[in-house]
Design a protein around this ligand. Structure first.
Ligand SMILES: NC(=O)c1ccc[n+]([C@@H]2O[C@H](COP(=O)([O-])OP(=O)(O)OC[C@H]3O[C@@H](n4cnc5c(N)ncnc54)[C@H](O)[C@@H]3O)[C@@H](O)[C@H]2O)c1
Length: 447
């Protein structure tokens, strides 16, 4: 019996035996027409979610929290412009969000703070009794963080969803349809990554958005205040989920398949230093900073169903943005970097790539067909509309979120695991099974 058939049969057998899949225990109360939402962190990303939430008739943003007066004022301006009532504002100290969590009848919390705050804020939200918690990527810093969130979600019978918006990218969803309809045959290799020039650190110079400069930490604005420090102190795939989320959905990771092991490789680190010297001069204090993050971090992953995945993190060199998707099966291949596809027996020439566009249009996902107009202007080509919608709909229907805590943990744990692999000289390290064996029986709920 093929492994895939084995897993499918086991799923059916599991259902027959009355096994409780973890997501089944998460169902809550009666459906609601409107969702009372609190937002922790209204920096640039949080403001984007805030804007999208305010556009919705089925969401009341009842509370927001941030510690930065500038960001809070920007958030207030967005709310005033929307014509919706001003929510309660919590601020003052880094734990002011705990006061927000004391608010009555909060149905959902959305967290858009720096990475190191995600785990404590999710844990506190769950402990406060919130049953739907959405966090921006990533889920945590250490492997233990990921376990803590999984165990807390199980203990509180609550839903934790990572807001992985790229799973809702229009082309990615069309390719997912094609994968599910078997057009690529049996998948055996995938590639993805986060390839985005992040060298242009924004200054906190009092101007909206800040000028582009070479400062980070206290002198900087938005992500440069906190994110750049991770590149100073850590060598790992620091941002795996935009690439791995869509790949995981296509490979049914946690649903009859799982990540088994990974090994990571890292190049030298030059980009950030050269950028600082070029724009700040050799004598700038930051020119002395040694960046630990390699300019290219490559991670190879093996799955239980024997697919290979190549992930790349490339954020410190001059390059146009690309997530570098490649989906390859026994019948064909799609690559997003050249917008091309090849399907054996379908494509006219076996020597030339075909333009992917007609296929992407033909297999446009029903969700995109239905909501493309609503998604206009939501951010990141519309996918931000869909990820928020998925969270809100789950709360309204009192159903599990389409991407759950096990997905978040599996995707996001690539960071600490790759860090571990690099520290061990690129040794192969095993993925933990956050589902505790349930991956064999769970059904993929992602649309
Ligand atoms: N999915 C995407 O496409 C996407 C895009 C951008 C950012 N992000 C993610 O969103 C998150 C936030 O990024 P950002 O760009 O908005 O950064 P940001 O620095 O602009 O915003 C973070 C905000 O959190 C606030 N904050 C920090 N500590 C806090 C605390 N203890 N209590 C309350 N507020 C606190 C900061 O004051 C700031 O306003 C990160 O995880 C980032 O990776 C995701």
């Amino acid at each position: 019996m093929k492994r895939r058939d084995f897993v499918r049969n086991m799923s059916i057998a599991g259902a027959g035996m009355g096994l409780v899949t973890p997501y089944k225990i998460f169902a809550q109360h009666a459906p609601a027409a409107k969702v009372r939402l609190g937002i922790i962190g209204v920096g640039l990303r949080g403001q984007n979610h805030l804007h999208n939430a305010l556009q919705r008739d089925d969401v009341d943003v009842v509370a927001i929290c941030d510690i930065d007066p500038y960001m809070l004022q920007s958030a207030r301006d967005i709310i005033t412009k929307s014509g919706k009532p001003m929510p309660k504002v919590f601020t003052g100290d880094p734990h002011a969000y705990r006061k927000l969590l004391e608010e009555k009848d909060l149905q959902g919390i959305l967290i858009a703070t720096p990475w190191e705050w995600h785990t404590p804020m999710v844990l506190d939200s769950l402990a406060a009794g919130v049953k739907y918690v959405a966090t921006e990527v990533v889920l945590g810093i250490t492997l233990q963080d990921h376990w803590d969130v999984v165990k807390a979600a199980e203990y509180h019978k609550a839903n934790v969803m990572m807001l992985e918006n790229v799973c809702y990218r229009q082309d990615v969803m069309a390719i997912l349809q094609m994968v599910r309809q078997g057009l690529f045959g049996e998948l055996f290799h995938m590639q993805a990554g986060y390839q985005h020039d992040l060298r242009g650190i924004k200054l906190n110079d009092g101007k909206p958005g800040g000028g582009v400069g070479v400062e980070f930490g206290e002198k900087a604005f938005s992500e440069a205040r906190w994110r750049t420090n991770h590149s100073v102190h850590r060598n790992a795939d620091l941002y795996p989920t935009h690439g791995i989320g869509p790949v995981a959905e296509m490979l049914n990771i946690n649903y009859g398949n799982r990540f088994v092991s990974l090994s990571s490789f890292s190049s030298k680190s030059r980009g950030m230093h050269e950028y600082i010297v070029k724009h700040g001069g050799e004598n700038h204090p930051n020119a002395k900073v040694k960046f630990k993050l390699g300019d290219m971090v490559t991670t190879q992953i093996k799955t239980a169903n024997e697919e290979t995945i190549l992930l790349q993190l490339d954020t410190s060199s001059p390059r146009p943005y690309s997530l570098g998707f490649r989906v390859q099966g026994t019948k064909g291949i799609w690559m997003d970097v050249n917008h091309s596809i090849y399907l054996e027996g379908v494509s006219t020439s076996s020597d030339e790539w075909e333009e992917a566009k007609p296929y992407l249009e033909k297999y446009d996902h029903p969700l995109w067909k239905k909501y493309a107009k609503d998604a206009l202007g939501a951010g990141h080509g519309g996918m931000d509309f869909f990820v928020l919608r998925a969270f809100v709909e789950a709360i309204k229907q009192q159903t599990p979120t389409p991407m759950d805590v096990y997905d978040a943990a599996a995707w996001s744990s690539i960071t600490p695991l790759s860090e571990m692999s690099l520290e061990l000289g690129s040794q192969t390290v095993e993925f933990p099974d956050f589902t505790g064996g349930q991956w064999m029986y769970r059904e993929n709920r992602f649309e």
